[in-house]
Design a protein around this ligand. Structure first.
Ligand code: SAM
Length: 292
């Protein structure tokens, strides 16, 4: 079965009475070299792979041919009979009909983590790329890596250096949990139907041990969110909007105590600098609480 053949894909869709559902971001890959590029990079031989959004099983088949086990989570119930058909010769694939954002990943994947390494591979639905990546990263599960297709604009944000216009809260989050690398660019013609944007495959390799650990992870996340909520504001002003109990002056003192000029903007801080600043913010919040 060749799912990179456009006629075959159209015949399967028509045979099952289906249409490509835009609301689920259904742009199926039909480019063999792109499929091999993602599948080859995604994991190592005995790993289990979580695939998000298998569609009609095109990438799933490539993953199943290479790796120990594949757990494929697909939201669209109408595609489940198609997947039973296209994956019937791969007993190492488990298809789960769920919304990935409403899936208890720890419960689903714990048997696989007990046996060995788990990585993630996906041609992501573009309308929820960032929520899915955040869900995976913030799950605290020890994925080895996440190899994902996304629109180039998001790929640029994930891999932007500090100070760049594309550098934002998602860049800091990704750098906190791992290292992101852009693998290759993919044109719209590699999909059916072609999306209106150019795409890129990014691989995030998660840190086995995080190089920077904040004293309070919730305050760290809030500090990063506050810093980027109003990008044009200076960091002390942005912080004081996020932490109104501290006030502008205190926030300026904290930014200076962290070793920065008080007219700096959040986009210049590396993840290590955000962690250090958030530790000062956490301490200041405790003092403010104690003084009450
Ligand atoms: N992997 C297939 C391929 O490469 O041809 C399909 C990729 S397509 C870009 C995205 C897939 O994700 C679709 O099958 C879509 O139905 C599915 N999807 C969309 N939202 C989802 C969600 N919240 N949870 C799980 N799957 C989702």
């Amino acid at each position: 079965m060749d799912l990179t053949d456009i006629r075959t894909v159209k015949n399967i869709m028509a045979g099952f009475g289906l249409r490509f559902r835009k609301e689920f971001g259904q742009n199926f890959l039909t480019d063999a070299s792109v499929l091999c590029g993602i599948a080859d990079a995604a994991a190592e031989e005995n790993d289990a792979v979580l695939e998000i959004g298998p569609g009609i099983g095109t990438l799933t088949r490539e993953l199943a041919a290479r790796y120990g086990e594949v757990i494929a989570v697909e939201i669209d119930r109408a595609l489940i009979p198609v997947l039973e058909y296209t994956l019937h010769d791969f007993p190492n694939v488990r298809v789960v009909n769920k919304d990935i954002l409403k899936t208890d990943l720890a419960a689903l994947l714990s048997p696989y983590f007990e046996k060995g390494r788990v990585s993630v591979a996906a041609n992501l639905p573009y309308y929820i790329t960032t929520p899915i990546l955040m869900e995976l990263l913030e799950s605290g599960l020890p994925f080895h890596s996440i190899t994902a297709m996304m629109q180039t604009e998001v790929a640029e944000r994930l891999t932007a250096p500090a100070g760049d216009g594309a550098y934002g809260a998602i860049t800091v989050a990704v750098n906190y949990y791992g290292t992101a690398k852009r693998l290759f660019t993919v044109p719209p013609t590699s999909f059916l139907p072609p999306p209106s944007v150019t795409s890129a495959v990014v691989q995030i390799t998660l840190h086995e041990k995080k190089p920077f650990v904040p004293k309070d992870e919730t305050i760290f996340r809030k500090t990063v969110r506050a810093a980027f909520a109003q990008r044009r504001k200076t960091l002390p002003n942005a912080l004081s909007s996020g932490f109104p109990t501290l006030g502008k002056e205190r926030c300026a003192d904290l930014v200076a105590a962290a070793g920065h000029r008080t007219d700096i903007r959040g986009e210049r801080l590396s993840v290590g600098e955000f962690v250090a600043l958030s530790d000062l913010v956490a301490e200041a919040l405790r003092e403010t609480e104690d003084a009450k």
